[in-house]
Design a protein. Structure first.
Lengths: 372, 413, 540
């Protein structure tokens, strides 16, 4: 096993939810409101269900193959070659999406915080920081998440509460005026963001030190993630309405900028943005960690540490070269990445479980005795 | 081998970083910034170009401590006005950087003033830049003026001495009379991007007031609003019409209403003033046979703050005088109705929906709205309105009975 | 063939290693140290021979006293060896010389021809502590520690008499570096024995164990570890002993030597062992299952494992009302962040994020900076460095002079610099606030780390704005969460978070609720008190 560290159940749940939280706070409301308009709040309710079903599948797989990550048991299930292909696909997905997140982070800093500095600086500095964290192993990543993610979640809720003064509840009406189709179209990106959690869970389960009620805490992770995104979307929609909310690139930041409580709490956006930058850092450490760990497991390496710095170079390279500008990125996320991710997050684990059952691989588990 | 990997990639990264960092000192010292307080945008006749006037604040003029004795150096020097021409706002501002030694910093911008001519040509193209810049907030005030926008900035208001600070203050206490629309960038943009609503922008005018020794000083006045159709300015609301608009949009708050005539109750013209605590509205729309009927119901809670008539809410026997209360409340209601009607009629004249009634109609009848969206302004202009208003007096101040009311002995006691 | 060749080469490679190991043995070995070959030997029956060994070893040093005497009627020749100043001369005269030379004659030995060892030990010497020893090496050690050695002719065993001088040490006084309002006013002193007794006086339990080592080939410093048996983790104790016994060094002059030689993260600026001057702090730590290392010659006692949170806690926190402690602790954490980040934040906001400032503040800050020749970063750097110089000067100078230095530095230079327009008044406020905040951090070694770290953070935020600041903060957090001190995560119980530990982080639970020891060190005997101790109304 390349990773010797162990994390607690709570840490695993937080890492899983942070795998989807983070950048989504900034960009998702715009995607959602753009498509679903008044019904954008409905999206987070919808996307919870597929993720919840997937939690059951991943949990089942984790029990069938204890001590193995998805990359390892796909080999057990599908045989050496096909399994390797599968593992490679998952690792590539981690790598690719991780670089997307790194780009998001830098793009966001460049467009909202320090416009004059070249993006490459942010990519490198953030990349180095992420590499340093990953170099120190899973335990450090777990400790990081336990602090940064709750702070982010609470600050977000706090912001939405502060913005209550500017809200107009009429923006939620009418209900489903254009039918469910736009909502489902808008849910596509959100769904893929949510699904990321599933793969994180599939990677994390073997490293939990006291496997207890794993499924329960993963379900909590999914629900917390939906709640946070839901609150965020509702806040943005209520303040900016169905058109403005979908027009600006990062409605959450505009929301923060609107806040002025008695001239005391005002102009706080940079502080909050930086808090969220911390959250995105945290998120990217998890993504990068999984891609490094996945690579190590793919090639049956004993250590992964030496892969960290060469791979971060690749990360930075992909992030720097792949997206010419933010619009290119928006187009990519909404039209290409979302279906690409959905295949990995939803079809892959389901397929694995199906094959495992058909080929009778893994330990037989009795779900009832474990208790949810 | 492993160490080689790690070390070489670290080396590459740090080399890259050094190369990038050496060219990216994007910092700007705060004392090298010219703080743009307000921007005035005027159209130039017979040309597509814009004239952009920027009002900068001299920091040393405001602080009394550091400079020492600069307070009497005259208000003229507190600000610096510069104008430039350009095809777009940012074009003009970059033009201004050729004559300004300080970097023009818009992060502290509080208001944008648009001249009548520029507003008539459309504001969408003017507001785009304010929407994009990351340093700006959506809380900056967008105002229009009947004259050239530049004239507003050329005044030196007596109190603050700086037009941008004055405008900020005017908006901060705008609620005290509700005679101007709170047209910040966010409200403007939401209206501009909506299905049918047209934006409204607060109106600034220059008035002269008498200063100490017979001198006239120029002051900025915030009252009324410019009414748009689409993104083009089509007309003006005066103060009370604006308040009518605010009643319908539910944004009226903390305003003082003075009712002049209570003829049927009073022997002479007497005045009563009320302070509105909260106001809310309900709009109900219906479309039948291509005829729109709109019901607007406004309710408000208010305080009686001043009266000059002899009637009061309590009689000499400390008995509730229902008649008077009803008279007061219906007087407020009719005043509200009057103002609302004035705004509606003016808007009908301009064929514009500044009230958000279209959005309301969409909420109530989304399918119908899609069919009639094109004809909406016309439909609204021909609509039947039914306005009702109700007021409740909740507080009367610290007296039971007014000094104007009768206070003689009660006969027979 | 190849295999053999490999084996040969391996042996070749190993040879220098072995040699060097022998070399290091030599340093420890007695021969080099004492300069004679006989030293590893035992005593012989010949007094002269024995004495000459000591003469040779101690090199005719004037402070080494050889007092010749003859015992009893038989006039058995004997010699007392001790070092003047280390040994208690009065006690030697009273208890040894008098007994051996005078009283023994008065006593009727009844013709006991043989003056045997047991007689001397049991009947004649009136010292409280004596021991027998027959190796030169050990005897020399005793002499150097201040004990007195009695060599008697024709005996192969010498008597070690523990009569060390109690002179030359300062009295127990209030610790200078850890002042407090409420709490015991005693601090450790330079003498190990006294320090040990101070701890013993706090914890009078057979569970309190001391274990002594001698470290330092030349200094022969006594080092003593202390722990509570049954509470401290046995693994921790053996780990401490292991690390201490690994130390091969010429001399230990202060516990700082030990600290650097045993800490887990040698490259980290953060201290991973705690030092204190207060016996009550040590006692409290021992009760939490930690291990203390006492070093002779210094009042600073090392406590391991040391976690980050401890450096921000004062023992007074546990003596004052817990309600106020909550506020005080928050204040302390706040000033930790102020010290670390305030100058950087000021620089970052002033040069990158001017839109963050409210209009009037931005204008007045801009006004105060008009005509300042330096960029905000350079200004901050100059002021911070100047402040550090002032602090260092004030520390090193004698107290009366130190005060005048700080007055000249702070008032005269600061004021003049502002008046001359070299620095802005706002910057003076920032630097002063940072300085004052830095004084609230109780752990001096942590304070040093923060003072140092301020500068790289300032550079980062001057080049990347608040992003640089968050990068620095993040990196610090990651760095700190990877540290461990004797197996305990450095940021425990913050990261990894554990619930029982939260009782003593941001707030200090009242004593009736502080039912458990810290999880990481006290898990062997987790409960520290009964659970129903909350004061209640008297039953009627």
């Amino acid at each position: 096993m390349p990773e010797k560290g162990r994390i607690s159940l709570g840490q695993a749940a937080i890492i899983a939810s942070s795998f989807a939280l983070g950048t989504g706070i900034f960009v998702l409301p715009a995607f959602e409101i753009n498509w679903a308009r008044e019904d954008a709040w409905l999206i987070q309710v919808l996307v919870t269900f597929p993720s919840l079903i997937l939690v059951f599948i991943v949990d089942k797989l984790g029990r069938k193959f204890p001590g193995q990550t998805i990359i390892q048991y796909s080999e057990t299930i599908l045989g050496k070659y096909l399994g390797k292909v599968f593992g490679f696909a998952v690792t590539l997905f981690f790598f690719w999406t991780g670089s997307v997140i790194l780009y998001e982070l830098a793009a966001f800093l460049v467009s909202a915080v320090i416009p004059e500095t070249p993006m490459m600086v942010f990519l490198i500095v953030s990349g180095l920081l992420i590499a340093y964290t990953v170099y120190n192993g899973l335990e450090t990543i777990g400790r990081l998440h336990v602090w940064f993610i709750p702070i982010t979640v609470f600050s977000l809720i706090f912001i939405v509460l502060l913005a209550c003064k500017e809200m107009n509840l009429n923006y939620f009406q009418p209900f489903l005026a254009n039918g469910i189709a736009p909502v489902i179209r808008g849910a596509r990106t959100s769904n893929s963001y949510h699904g990321c959690m599933i793969l994180a869970m599939a990677m994390l389960t073997p490293y939990i030190n006291k496997p207890g009620k794993i499924r329960k805490s993963y379900i909590y992770a999914v629900i917390v993630c939906s709640l946070v995104y839901g609150i965020n979307t509702v806040g943005c929609l209520a303040v900016f309405g169905p058109f403005e909310g979908g027009r600006v690139s990062m409605p959450t930041i505009e929301l923060v900028k609107m806040i002025n409580i008695a001239d005391i709490i005002q102009r706080i956006e940079v502080l909050l943005i930086l808090n969220w930058v911390g959250a995105v850092f945290t998120m990217s450490t998890a993504w990068f960690y999984f891609s490094v760990l996945g690579t190590a497991q793919l090639f049956n390496l004993k250590k992964y540490q030496f892969l960290v710095f060469p791979m971060i170079l690749g990360y930075i390279g992909v992030a720097a070269l792949n997206y010419r500008s933010y619009p290119v990125f928006v187009d990519y996320i909404d039209r290409i990445w979302a279906p690409y991710a959905a295949v990995h997050e939803f079809l892959l684990p389901a397929f694995l479980l199906l094959v495992a059952i058909i080929r009778r691989r893994g330990i037989k588990t009795d779900t009832k005795s474990q208790g949810v | 081998m492993n160490k080689f990997f790690v070390r070489s990639s670290l080396l590459v990264l740090s080399l890259l970083l050094v190369v990038q960092l050496s060219g990216c000192w994007s910092r700007r010292e705060i004392n090298q910034l010219g703080f743009v307080g307000a921007i005035a945008i005027d159209a130039i006749e017979d040309s597509d170009l814009l004239e952009v006037t920027v009002q900068l604040i001299r920091p040393e003029a405001l602080s009394s401590g550091a400079g020492g004795g600069s307070s009497d150096s005259g208000s003229k020097e507190r600000i610096w006005l510069v104008s430039a021409k350009g095809a777009t706002v940012s074009d003009a501002i970059s033009e201004l950087n050729t004559i300004s030694g300080d970097f023009l910093f818009v992060g502290q911008l509080t208001s944008v003033i648009i001249g009548e001519e520029a507003a008539k040509r459309g504001v969408k193209k003017l507001l785009d830049v304010f929407d994009r810049l990351p340093q700006l907030r959506r809380t900056i005030w967008i105002t229009v003026t009947k004259s050239k926008a530049k004239t507003i900035l050329e005044t030196t208001p007596s109190l603050a001495g700086v037009p941008s600070l004055t405008i900020e203050g005017l908006f901060r206490y705008r609620g005290e009379n509700s005679l101007a629309y709170p047209s910040n960038l966010n409200n403007m943009l939401i209206a501009l991007s909506s299905r049918s609503t047209s934006p409204v922008a607060a109106r600034l005018t220059v008035v002269s007031s008498e200063a100490g020794e017979g001198e006239n000083s120029q002051e900025i006045k915030l009252e009324g609003s410019g009414v748009f159709k689409g993104d083009q300015l089509v007309g003006w609301f005066d103060g009370s019409e604006t308040r009518g608009l605010l009643w319908i949009t539910g944004k009226a708050k903390h305003t003082t209403l003075t009712i002049a005539k209570l003829d049927e109750l009073e022997e002479k013209q007497k005045y009563v003033s009320f302070y509105i605590l909260t106001a809310s509205k309900k709009i109900h729309t219906e479309l039948k046979d291509q005829k729109l009927s709109i019901k607007i119901k406004i309710t408000c809670q208010c305080t009686l703050i001043e009266q000059t008539g002899s009637r009061d809410m309590l009689t000499r026997e400390l008995k509730l005088d229902r008649e008077t209360i009803d008279a007061f409340e219906s007087a407020i209601a009719s005043q509200i109705k009057e103002e609302t009607w004035a705004a509606l009629l003016k808007a009908r004249q301009y064929q514009t929906d500044v009230f958000g009634i279209g959005e309301r109609f969409y909420i109530e009848h989304p399918q119908q709205f899609k069919e009639i969206q094109k004809d909406w302004p016309q439909l609204l202009a021909d609509a039947d309105f039914e306005i009702s208003a109700a007021a409740r007096i909740r507080r009367v101040g610290l007296i039971n009975r007014s000094i104007n009311a009768q206070i003689q002995e009660i006969p027979g006691l | 063939m190849i295999k053999i060749h490999k084996a040969v080469s391996r042996r070749k490679r190993q040879t220098p290693n072995r040699e060097s190991r022998q070399g290091s043995d030599n340093i420890q070995g007695t021969e080099n140290n004492l300069g004679t070959k006989d030293i590893s030997a035992r005593l012989s029956k010949d007094l002269e021979k024995n004495e000459s060994v000591f003469q040779q070893a101690l090199g005719n040093s004037p402070d080494v006293i050889f007092r010749y005497l003859s015992i009893g009627k038989q006039k058995v020749r004997a010699v007392l060896i001790f070092i003047s100043g280390l040994a208690d001369t009065a006690s030697i005269a009273e208890n040894i010389l008098k007994s051996l030379t005078y009283e023994i004659r008065c006593e009727d030995l009844n013709g006991a021809e043989q003056l045997n060892l047991a007689l001397i030990k049991e009947n004649i010497l009136s010292n409280a502590e004596i021991a027998e020893e027959n190796s030169f090496e050990q005897l020399l050690k005793h002499i150097l520690l201040g004990d007195t050695v009695l060599l008697i002719d024709s005996l192969e065993i010498a008597i070690v008499i523990f009569a060390r001088s109690s002179q030359g040490f300062r009295a127990v006084g209030e610790p200078v570096s850890e002042a407090l309002i409420r709490g015991p006013r005693e601090g450790f002193i330079e003498k190990l024995q006294i320090n040990r007794s101070m701890i013993r006086r706090k914890l009078r339990s057979p569970k309190l164990k001391f274990q002594e080592l001698t470290i330092g080939e030349i200094s022969q410093t006594q080092v003593c570890i202390s722990y509570l048996d049954g509470i401290a983790d046995k693994q921790l104790v053996s780990e401490v002993l292991e690390r201490l016994s690994r130390i091969k060094i010429d001399g230990i002059l202060e516990s700082g030597y030990i600290e650097e030689l045993i800490q887990d993260a040698p490259y980290s600026p953060f201290p991973t062992v705690r030092t204190t001057e207060r016996p009550d702090t040590v006692a409290a730590c021992l009760l939490e299952g930690k291990v203390a290392i006492l070093v002779d010659g210094t009042p600073y006692v090392i406590v391991v494992p040391g976690t980050f949170i401890e450096f921000l806690q004062v023992n007074e926190d546990y003596y004052q009302s817990y309600i106020f402690v909550l506020g005080i602790r928050i204040l302390r954490y706040l000033s930790f962040f102020i010290t670390l980040f305030l100058p950087s934040m000021y620089v970052a906001i002033l040069t990158f994020h001017q839109e963050m400032l409210p209009s009037t503040l931005a204008l007045s800050l801009s006004a105060t900076r008009q005509g300042i020749p330096f960029p905000a970063f350079v200004e901050a750097l100059i002021m911070e460095v100047a402040f550090e110089i002032l602090r260092e000067a004030g520390l090193r100078l004698p107290r009366p002079v130190g005060q005048s230095v700080s007055i000249v530095g702070a008032l005269v230079i600061g004021d003049a610099a502002v008046k001359a327009g070299l620095v802005s008044p706002a910057m003076v406020i920032i630097v002063a606030t940072t300085a004052i905040a830095s004084f609230t951090i109780p752990g001096f070694s942590l304070g040093l780390a923060i003072r140092l770290l301020r500068f790289p953070i300032m550079i980062l935020s001057a080049s990347l704005g608040l992003y640089g600041l968050i990068v620095a903060g993040f990196a610090l957090f990651v760095h700190m969460s990877t540290l461990r001190s004797f197996g305990v995560p450095y940021l425990a119980p913050i990261a990894p978070a554990n619930w029982p530990g939260q009782k003593d982080v941001f707030l200090r639970a009242p004593w009736w609720a502080m039912t458990t020891r810290p999880l990481d060190t006290g898990h062997q005997d987790f409960m520290r008190e009964k659970t129903d101790l909350k004061p209640q109304k008297p039953k009627e």
